[in-house]
Ligand binder design. Structure first.
Ligand code: CP
Length: 299
């Protein structure tokens, strides 16, 4: 296999990925969802390394479950318990694992731009598990999968993404992918959490509630400069999905959130497991989506 073919199995983002490629990942995820045998042997003898340089629960563990369900050998790397704590660079760390013979690297990074640089010098396929505020492709794939399961088609679907757009790789990947499928995406955010470089209209919170899908985003305090959030209470009042606002949603509308959740800030506690919420089904859908992405990288 040529280096170019190996690279084509990487998944760095959805901006550059064709609609047909996305479609085939969604179809393959549906296949895995319909084949609930706990452990398959398809990827036996392959090594997958989960390299998380930033904290994670859902992405990290659903990749591990997906790899194990495919029968792959799993190596988990946590930056805090590695030689990164002694100052080793991200490049040297990834090259080290590559030199040991891994077949795919799943990688989450805090700084923007490092993943693209790594992908140009690392030979094994790399899968983006969260890249600064740039892209989070597997999250958006599982979001599209969840929406398709609910509505059948994404064409013409109205999707509001509400919250900390500026710091959100989830908003970016969803925007890029949903547009390819003919969905109408609008954003709603406080003026200091808007990403003006992204080509999507900003609407009021009342307007955002009229969509078929209302996707709430976490306020990413760890990425904020001081003073971006005056108070959790005022944010909730102005931009939160409160019980009162949820009463204005259409009966067919669904509530989504990539999680982790700041309960009673961007979404009221009572709404997290509301009948219209798909927050935990999103997490469930993350496993077949990541099985499809790992299989694409390894097969
Ligand atoms: N949605 C998501 O990426 O969650 P984690 O940060 O827990 O992986």
């Amino acid at each position: 296999m040529t280096l170019t073919q190996l690279k084509q199995r990487s998944l760095l983002g959805l901006k550059e990925l064709g609609k047909e490629e996305i479609e085939s990942i969604l179809e393959r995820a549906a296949y895995w969802e319909q084949h609930p045998v706990k452990v398959h042997q398809d990827m036996q003898g392959k090594f997958a390394a989960n390299m998380f340089f930033e904290n994670s629960t859902r992405t990290r563990f659903s990749f591990e479950v997906a790899e194990k369900r495919l029968g792959a050998e799993v190596i988990n790397f946590a930056a805090a318990a590695s030689s990164v704590a002694k100052g080793e660079s991200i490049y040297d760390t990834v090259r080290t694992l590559e030199s040991m013979g891994i077949d795919v690297g799943i990688i989450r990074l805090k700084p923007n731009g490092v993943l693209a640089e790594l992908a140009s010098s690392i030979k094994v396929p790399l899968i983006n598990a969260g890249d600064g505020n740039n892209e989070h492709p597997t999250q958006a794939l599982l979001d599209l999968y969840t929406m398709r399961k609910q509505f059948g088609s994404l064409n013409g679907l109205n999707v509001s993404i509400v919250g900390d757009i500026l710091h959100s790789r989830v908003a970016r990947s969803n925007l890029y992918a949903l547009r390819k499928f003919g969905a109408n995406v609008s954003f709603c955010a406080p003026s200091n959490m808007q990403a003006t470089e992204l080509d999507a209209p900003y609407v009021s919170i009342d307007e955002a509630m009229k969509a078929d899908v209302v996707m709430m985003l976490r306020v990413q305090l760890e990425r904020h400069e001081s003073g971006m959030l005056s108070s959790a209470e005022s944010y909730r009042e102005q931009f939160g999905l409160t019980v009162e606002r949820a009463q204005t949603l259409a009966k067919h509308a669904i509530i989504m959130h990539p999680a982790p959740i700041n309960r009673n800030v961007e979404i009221d506690d009572e709404l997290v497991e509301h009948p219209q919420s798909r927050i935990f089904p999103q997490m469930e859908n993350g496993v077949p989506i990541r099985m499809a992405v790992i299989e694409r990288a390894l097969s």
